[in-house]
Design a protein around this ligand. Structure first.
Ligand code: FE2
Length: 428
């Protein structure tokens, strides 16, 4: 007897009428039209069953702090960093944990079951590190939280930066972070990349650096990151986050850079909601979009994922943990409006993001964890268009969250009563 059998599901790769059999928290079988005895059965009615959403770039130590102690007036990255600096002395572990747990509730409701969060290691008390390690422990039964040691104030620029980062790693933080464009000089930025990659290689850790989050076309730390990745044999273990300066770079230089990134196996995480709001702030018109070159990176064979980055914090006042909103913005900013492009944007918040995090047993195949989302949509394109309701969210076979279907009841003169969920009739 199976624990759970889902029938008549559509999968992201387009297969329809699929059954997914679940036993002991794992997917036992994915096959068309299977019917078998099961404790629980769910008829998906042709709707989309997707592996859960993954956010490969977030800041959980700052989330839900919007307005504390004040709102970012200029909307720039630099005022956000200054504002975070004003907030840090006021942080308490209890309040930080409470906000992070509240965000994780939002995430689970949206089918987001794995988050890579940077945690600021600049404060020698490591209060935020200890608090997020506690959050990681508390949410472990329902959400994979991976932590990155992030020296927000610059690992070389701030006193004790290297020591604090290493102490955070000693405490159990998973990934080595960095912020080379915020160091005092380009040379210091490059030196920080080299140093941090060496720390990661020594400790057997993954790397994920904020890299070139700037409109400066000469901010080229991604080049150093790719080079150090190869030198230290870290291929497949390194991520460059943001890489917004690539938007403004000279095309000839980018033609040389793309193959270097691809050869090094460095993944790139773009954060569309944040990049479109924080970048281009020094421009008049035309105003740059400031998101990295997503389709070009993908075409070059680079693993590209989308992150949420911020929700209601010193940098961004919007957001609800909805990775479909992230994908929706990504496809607009990158103009990835072809059917293939839209599907790639869906992969950027699912499979590509899982690859960034090195998630094990992720996917909709036999042997994978039974961690998936039933969406009120018939395919990934419709899911993004509607930011579709997450009807049911399962983790390892257990139902974690349910959301009612979004439908409008219409009472139209001359038309009687009807309902709509904003989808056209299926094409013949
Ligand atoms: Fe970030």
């Amino acid at each position: 007897m199976l624990d759970l059998l889902i029938t008549n599901a559509t999968l992201p790769d387009g297969r329809t009428g699929m059954s997914v059999a679940v036993q002991d928290g794992c997917i036992a079988e994915v096959t068309p039209g299977l019917d078998a005895p099961a404790h629980d059965k769910l008829d998906a009615q042709g709707l989309l069953l997707s592996p859960h959403f993954v956010d490969p770039h977030f800041h959980m130590d700052a989330t839900l702090s919007y307005g504390l102690p004040r709102v970012n007036q200029s909307g720039t990255l630099l005022e956000g960093i200054a504002l975070w600096g004003e907030l840090k002395p006021l942080l308490t572990a209890d309040a930080l944990i409470e906000r992070a747990l509240a965000y994780c509730d939002w995430a689970v409701a949206k089918g987001l079951l794995a988050v890579r969060s940077h945690v600021d290691t600049s404060d020698p008390s490591l209060l935020a590190v200890d608090a997020l390690l506690e959050v990681r422990r508390k949410v472990a039964p329902y959400l994979d939280l991976q932590l990155v040691a992030f020296p927000q104030d610059g690992v070389l620029r701030s006193p004790g930066g290297v020591e604090n980062l290493e102490r955070a790693l000693d405490k159990g933080v998973d990934v080595v972070g960095g912020i080379p464009h915020f160091e005092r000089t380009m040379a210091d930025g490059a030196a920080s990349v080299k140093l941090l990659c060496e720390i990661a290689a020594d400790r057997g850790k993954l790397v994920d650096m904020h890299c070139d989050e700037s409109d400066d076309p000469l901010s080229r730390h991604i080049e150093t990151l790719a080079f150090e990745t190869q030198r230290l044999a870290l291929q497949g273990r390194v991520t460059g986050s943001h890489c917004t300066s690539m938007h403004s770079m000279d095309n000839y230089y980018v033609s040389k850079l793309l193959p270097l990134i691809a050869e090094s196996g460095v993944s790139v995480v773009s954060n569309p909601l944040i990049n479109i709001t924080l970048q281009g702030r020094h421009d008049t018109y035309p105003k740059r979009r400031g998101m990295t070159r997503v389709p070009e990176l993908m075409a070059a064979g680079v693993n590209v994922a989308f992150g949420h980055d911020c929700v209601m914090d010193p940098w961004y006042g919007m957001g609800s943990g909805d990775m479909l909103e992230v994908a929706h913005m990504g496809l607009h900013v990158a103009q990835m409006t072809s059917q293939e492009g839209i599907r790639q944007c869906f992969e950027a918040v699912t499979t590509n993001a899982a690859r960034v995090m090195h998630l094990e047993n992720y996917g909709l195949e036999a042997g994978c964890d039974a961690s998936f989302v039933l969406l009120q949509a018939r395919d990934p394109v419709e899911a993004i268009r509607l930011r579709a309701a997450r009807l049911k969210v399962f983790r390892k076979g257990r139902l974690l969250a349910e959301t009612p279907a979004a439908t409008a009841s219409l009472h139209l003169p001359g038309r009687g009563e009807s309902t709509s969920w904003m989808v056209p009739k299926p094409q013949d």
